[in-house]
Design a protein around this ligand. Structure first.
Ligand SMILES: C[S@@+](CC[C@H](N)C(=O)[O-])C[C@H]1O[C@@H](n2cnc3c(N)ncnc32)[C@H](O)[C@@H]1O
Length: 319
């Protein structure tokens, strides 16, 4: 099955107020057509429904917004227990459920510049994870936008990123003036990540920002001094985007988080809740090790996101 095939049993995306309005209007039209049996009548276009909807009074719209709110809750509940199926040919979980954040590889507006981030076909045959680092995930786009809104989380900081994939988050940290960013992933992901760093390097070329891409497998993470290349150093910030989905990767990921953090490290983790088992395992593990705040991005950074996306700010518990 192709990597962006949708699971037919996946929870249906929530409908908007306009969707509900258009659905009802279509049903009404169909019923009228049945009565008149006039085949020459065609259905109104989506644009027309949108126009009609926009012209409704607030009181009239309220019915449709109520339905949309209910559907959002339905979706959230279904997603909390949903386990993506395993692809029988490769044994890996099918993950790509479509993007929430629009993505245009060649023109991603960020701060006062435009990023180009290349992707390649997700092969679904690279190790247990399926080579997911060859695409940009929603979690990375959420972290990218958070960094854009709150650049101080990385400014002048030494940053390690885990599971960087195509490298969009690390590139954002560099543009926002971090001291150093070490982007990491499995070996297969490094060539594309490096290419993306090179494409965007012009955006920080006149600064002292140091950017590197290194191998770090959560099952055998290199010691922090080896990763950073200095003995006296530690990371100020750890970034992790969309790396919580396979239950088998949760324990090694948590061990790596522990290895690379001290009580002063700020850890920012974004992820999309995809399955109950991995979510519960991760939540238990992360709460054992860290004090965790599920950031209200709308309130704190004027950044809207669906409820199934989380942005966690974590600090190691004081022992
Ligand atoms: C869903 S992708 C997210 C990529 C990127 N952060 C983003 O959001 O676009 C998960 C990432 O975890 C990496 N990964 C999977 N297993 C890993 C492991 N054992 N050690 C290190 N990274 C791993 C993948 O290579 C991939 O880049």
């Amino acid at each position: 099955m192709s990597s962006d095939a949708r699971d037919p049993n996946a929870p249906k995306k929530p409908l908007t107020a306009l969707d509900f309005y258009a659905q009802a209007a279509r049903r009404k039209e169909d019923a009228a057509k049945d009565v008149t049996a006039d085949d020459t009548q065609t259905q109104a276009s989506s644009e027309l429904y949108e126009l009609e909807f926009n012209n409704l009074s607030d009181a009239e719209k309220a019915t449709w917004y109520k339905l949309a709110r209910r559907d959002k809750i339905r979706y959230k509940k279904e997603m909390a227990t949903y386990e993506p199926p395993v692809d029988s040919s490769s044994g890996c979980r099918l993950l790509l459920m479509g993007r929430f954040f629009p993505f245009d590889s060649e023109g991603i507006p960020f701060a006062d510049t435009t990023l180009t981030i290349k992707e390649t076909q997700n092969s679904c045959h690279i190790g247990e994870d399926g080579g997911t680092g060859l695409n940009v995930w929603d979690g990375a786009q959420l972290l990218l936008r958070y960094i854009e809104k709150v650049p101080n989380i990385v400014k002048n900081k030494r940053v390690i990123e885990l599971g960087s994939g195509c490298g969009i988050v690390g590139v954002a940290a560099a543009i926002c003036g971090c001291k150093e960013v070490i982007m990491t992933d499995l070996a297969y992901a490094l060539p594309l990540m490096r290419e993306n760093v090179d494409i965007n390097r012009v955006a920080w070329k006149d600064t002292d920002v140091v950017v590197s891409c290194k191998e770090c497998d959560w099952f055998q993470p290199p010691p922090v001094d080896e990763l950073l290349g200095h003995y006296d150093s530690k990371a100020d910030v750890l970034l992790v985007a969309d790396c919580v989905w396979l239950s088998s990767l949760i324990a090694p990921l948590l061990r790596t988080l522990k290895l690379y953090t001290t009580e002063s490290t700020d850890v920012f983790i974004t992820y999309q809740q995809r399955g109950k088992e991995a979510h519960d395992l991760f939540m238990e593990g992360i709460h054992n090790l860290f004090d965790v705040v599920d950031v209200d991005t709308l309130k704190e950074a004027d950044l809207a996101k669906p409820d199934v996306f989380h942005l966690l700010h974590c600090k190691r518990k004081v022992s």
